[in-house]
Design a protein. Structure first.
Length: 443
């Protein structure tokens, strides 16, 4: 099985060399003395650029996005749009340019992202010049003053990476609530050290950033997680996104992770994918299931299974009477669900905002090693399972049978770690920090 999984994405030396060549990364990211100097110089340049905006009448803000699931900035975007000092827009560009994934799926994902943003009514730009057949440099065409990233990875074209924006104020709104113990991948990629602001979820995350990043957390600020702000606002009214049924049924989300390659050793998808379909059929009169795969899972399955088998599997979830396929946003899905089953890092904490029963699937006993401190506390609020029998027990007893002894644990976790800091929403804190940089209050 492991040999089969490892075919799912490119970890070869040739892939790494392609990235080094594309991003011109030989010296600034691989020679420690040069990297240390570069990080300091990069930060000075960004803060200087921010101060130049102090008297500018309208500040151009580019929100960078490749995949709908990485968008966590609804309220931040709206707050800037409603502020006459800011002009925000979303820059949409392709994901996985160098990873050898299906170009057809890359294009389809781009179109899903465009629809996702357009449906929100947000202004957006797709910086592709069809006449010349090339992706444009937005510094030349759009000239943003502030650039807000949704991903820290080198998974797209170099002109959209932080390297290219040394003379602009850059910010990172994470695409996930960090609950995994990924060491340097969470805090010490070159991106994390260069970005002007790294907005963090909790004080625990700040302590980790200070201890693990080469910049010692100099750019890190605790704001709360903008992606979960919607769950904190009592005025939000979710849309019922579930397929209509003849009679009411319990609603369960199954959200499998994409790591079938064993890199993070999270995914249990290949161990239970067929059994989950059978379980959905068995409980068709009592339960609705929403298949909410990580958006990278399809890319990897296409390389592992082939496009036809992958399509057939996804189509089954989309077309069965009591099942559905969800490939974009999950906020309304969460809020209108009754429970969730998953093996994802960010969802370990995010689903606790809605305080509903949740099961975490594992494939071994080493789960404690995979979580950071807050992730491990969140994991303790989950029912845990390692096979389809455990899943069925959760469905039958906890969801259908309403036996939920962990409800009190979930509430205590929320009250301790997830409540807004000083009753101030994350988006408000983010804007406050940007204003501080513009006003020269940050060194």
């Amino acid at each position: 099985m492991k040999e089969q999984r490892n075919k799912s994405y490119d970890t070869s030396m040739s892939y790494r060399l392609r990235l080094i060549w594309a991003y011109k990364d030989v010296v600034r990211n691989h020679v420690p003395m040069v990297t240390k100097w570069y990080i300091k110089a990069f930060r000075r340049s960004q803060l200087k650029a921010a101060r130049r905006l102090q008297n500018k009448e309208r500040i151009e803000v580019a929100f960078m996005l490749t995949i709908p699931g990485m968008w966590k900035s609804d309220y931040l975007f709206r707050a800037m749009r409603d502020n006459p000092r800011y002009h925000p827009y979303v820059v949409i560009y392709p994901y996985s340019w160098y990873k050898g994934f299906s170009r057809e799926e890359v294009d389809a994902t781009l179109q899903r992202t465009v629809k996702f943003v357009a449906d929100k009514g947000f202004e957006y730009v797709v910086p592709y010049d069809a006449n010349r057949g090339r992706w444009e440099d937005i510094k030349k065409t759009l000239n943003p003053d502030v650039v807000i990233f949704s991903s820290p990875y080198k998974d797209h074209l170099p002109q959209y990476f932080v390297y290219h924006f040394r003379d602009r104020l850059t910010c990172y709104v994470p695409y996930a609530f960090l609950g995994l113990n990924m060491g340097g991948d969470n805090y010490d990629l070159i991106f994390h050290n260069l970005v002007g602001f790294y907005f963090l979820e909790t004080q625990m995350h700040l302590e980790d950033a200070i201890g693990r990043s080469r910049c010692h957390g100099a750019n890190s600020v605790v704001t709360g997680f903008p992606g979960t702000e919607v769950f904190l606002r009592s005025d939000y009214r979710p849309t019922d996104v579930w397929k209509a049924q003849e009679h009411p049924k319990k609603r369960i989300i199954w959200a499998p992770h994409h790591t079938i390659d064993d890199t993070l050793q999270l995914s249990t998808f290949l161990l239970c994918c067929d059994e989950m379909l059978l379980l959905a059929k068995k409980y068709k009169d009592q339960v609705q299931f929403a298949f909410k795969p990580h958006q990278l899972l399809k890319f990897k399955l296409q390389k592992l299974w082939g496009e036809e088998r992958t399509k057939n599997y996804y189509d089954q979830w989309a077309t069965m009477e009591n099942t559905q396929l969800e490939e974009t946003s999950y906020v309304d899905l969460f809020l209108t669900s009754d429970a969730m089953i998953h093996d994802c890092g960010s969802f370990t904490t995010e689903y606790l905002f809605v305080n509903k029963p949740v099961m975490y699937l594992t494939h071994d006993d080493h789960y404690a090693e995979r979580f950071n401190r807050i992730g491990l506390k969140a994991f303790g609020c989950h029912y845990q399972g390692c096979n389809i029998a455990d899943v069925e027990r959760f469905v039958r007893d906890t969801v259908v049978g309403n036996e939920d002894p962990k409800a009190a644990d979930r509430k205590q976790f929320f009250d301790t770690y997830l409540k807004p800091i000083d009753n101030m929403m994350p988006s408000e804190r983010v804007i406050m920090e940007i204003e501080k940089a513009i006003n020269g209050e940050i060194q």
